[in-house]
Design a protein around this ligand. Structure first.
Ligand code: NAD
Length: 379
C-alpha cells in the first residue's frame, strides 16, 4: 500500500478485517507499506499492521511475494504508480479520482485493459458504491421499482475550509489534486449516480468558484500562497437514459460535514440516500394506494440487504469504514473468480471525462458534451 494517512488508514482497516468477516477464496496478507518519511512510515506500519515498510514504491512492484498494489496517495502520483504496477503484473486498487488529467486517466485505463488480458485486475476506490443502502438503491432502480428516471438531485457538502486561515494543503493545489471540491467529492456523486441509475452523464453546464484565493503556507515558509482549485462546483446535466440532474460539490457549506445526499425521482417512485444516515434508505412507492403513500424509511440492516448478512443482527448499525471492507471483499473475490470488477479504470475514466467537461463548461460559460469513455489500445 502506498500512502498511509486518511485513505491508507481506512484501507488498512479493510485489509485487516476483510477475511475475518467474509468467507473468501483469497486471503489478504499486509506485506509492505510505503511513505516518503522513513520514521513516519515505520510508525505507520506498526500502527496499521503492515509487516514491512519502505520509502520507495518501486522496490515493491517486482517482488514475487506481492500480488496487489493499493494506491492511497494524492492524484499526482496515481498514474505513475498504477501503470508501473500493472505493467509488472500486479493487481491495482487506486483511490479516486483516478487521475489528475484526462490524459493520465486514459493512459491508466489503457494500461488496465492491457493488463486484464493477462489476468491482472484493477479497481478504482469509489467506496460509496459499497454502502449497503447505496447498493440497495441501485437494486431497487434496476428492478424498475421507481420506473423511468426523471430527476437526479445530488449534493456533496463539506465545510472544512470555510476559515480563510486554513492552510494551503495539497487538496488546494491543482498540480497535486487536479481539482478542488469537484474532483475530491464531486467525483463521488458523479460515480454514485451513474452507478445507481445505469445512465451516463452526456452533457453539463457548470460554474465553479474559489471563495478564498490565497491561504497560509506552512509556517517554515511563511506568507500566503495561491489556491489553484475550485472551492465549489455546481452543474446541471443530462444523462443518456433521459434523466436530468443537478450536482453541487462544495467545501464551504457551513455546518455540513460529510453531507452526501442523492435523491432520484422516477415515474413510479423515488429513492433518497443521505450518508450522514448511511444505514437508511428512503423509498416512495407510487404504486401503493394513495392513502398509504409516503416516504418509508428502510433500515438497511437485514441479512438479505447487500453485504449486511456478514455483519450484525438486524438494527445493529455499520459505519463509514465498512464501505472499504466491502470494497476489499469485492476486489478479492473478483481476483479469485475472474468476475467483472466495478468501478473499473474505464468507469473511473468516465467520471474523469465529466470532471473535465465541468471545468470546460465553467471556463467557457457554455454547454459541454461528455464523450463516452473508450479505451483504445494498440494491438
Ligand atoms: N474514497 C474516499 O472516500 C476518499 C476519501 C479521501 C481521499 N480519497 C483519495 O485518496 C487519495 C489520498 O487522499 P488522503 O485523504 O488519504 O490524503 P492524505 O494526505 O491523508 O494522505 C496521503 C498519503 O500519501 C503519501 N504520499 C504523498 N505523495 C506520495 C508519494 N509521491 N509517494 C509515496 N507516498 C506519498 C503521504 O505521505 C500520505 O501518507 C486521494 O486520491 C484522495 O482523493 C478518497
Amino acid at each position: 500500500m502506498v500512502g498511509y494517512a486518511f485513505m491508507g488508514t481506512a484501507h488498512s482497516q479493510a485489509w485487516r478485517t476483510v477475511n475475518r468477516v467474509f468467507d473468501l477464496p483469497l486471503r489478504a496478507r499486509m506485506t509492505a507499506v510505503v511513505g516518503r518519511d522513513p520514521g513516519k512510515v515505520a510508525a505507520a506500519a506498526a500502527q496499521l499492521g503492515w509487516q514491512e515498510h519502505t520509502t520507495d514504491w518501486r522496490t515493491l512492484i517486482n517482488r514475487d511475494d506481492i500480488d496487489l498494489i493499493d494506491v492511497c496517495t494524492p492524484g499526482d502520483s496515481h498514474a505513475e504508480i498504477a501503470i508501473a504496477a500493472l505493467a509488472a503484473g500486479k493487481h491495482v486498487l487506486c483511490e479516486k479520482p483516478l487521475a489528475n488529467t484526462i490524459d493520465e486517466a486514459r493512459a491508466m485505463a489503457a494500461a488496465a485493459v492491457r493488463a486484464e488480458a493477462g489476468g491482472v485486475r484493477s479497481m478504482c476506490g469509489f467506496n460509496y458504491r459499497r454502502v449497503p443502502a447505496v447498493a440497495l438503491m441501485r437494486r431497487l432502480v434496476a428492478d424498475g421499482r421507481i420506473g423511468e428516471i426523471r430527476h437526479i438531485r445530488a449534493v456533496y457538502l463539506q465545510d472544512w475550509i470555510t476559515d480563510p486561515q486554513f492552510p494551503l494543503v495539497w487538496r488546494l493545489q491543482k498540480d497535486k489534486a487536479g481539482s478542488g471540491a469537484l474532483g475530491d467529492i464531486g467525483a463521488h456523486i458523479i460515480d454514485l449516480t451513474q452507478y445507481v441509475t445505469g445512465q451516463r452523464i452526456s452533457g453539463v453546464s457548470a460554474l465553479t468558484e474559489t471563495f478564498v484565493k490565497q491561504r497560509p503556507l506552512p509556517p517554515e515558509i511563511g506568507g500566503l500562497g495561491p489556491v489553484t482549485v475550485d472551492d465549489a462546483a455546481l452543474f446541471v446535466a443530462r444523462l443518456d437514459g433521459g434523466a436530468v440532474a443537478t450536482y453541487e460539490a462544495t467545501r464551504f457549506a457551513t455546518g455540513r460535514k460529510n453531507g452526501l445526499r442523492v435523491e432520484i425521482n422516477g415515474s413510479k417512485g423515488s429513492v433518497v440516500f443521505d450518508f450522514e444516515r448511511m444505514n437508511e434508505l428512503e423509498f416512495y412507492d407510487a404504486a401503493l394506494p394513495s392513502d398509504e403513500q409516503g416516504f418509508s424509511r428502510i433500515l438497511v440492516t437485514e441479512p438479505d440487504h447487500p453485504y449486511v448478512g456478514a455483519w450484525w443482527p438486524p438494527g445493529h448499525l455499520i459505519g463509514y469504514e465498512h464501505s472499504f471492507t466491502h470494497q476489499a471483499r469485492d476486489l478479492l473475490e473478483a481476483i479469485a473468480t475472474g468476475a467483472e470488477i466495478t468501478p473499473s479504470f474505464t468507469d473511473a475514466l468516465q467520471v474523469q471525462l465529466v470532471l473535465d467537461a465541468v471545468e470546460r463548461s465553467a471556463a467557457l460559460g457554455s454547454w459541454s458534451e461528455v464523450e463516452p469513455a473508450r479505451t483504445e489500445i494498440a494491438v
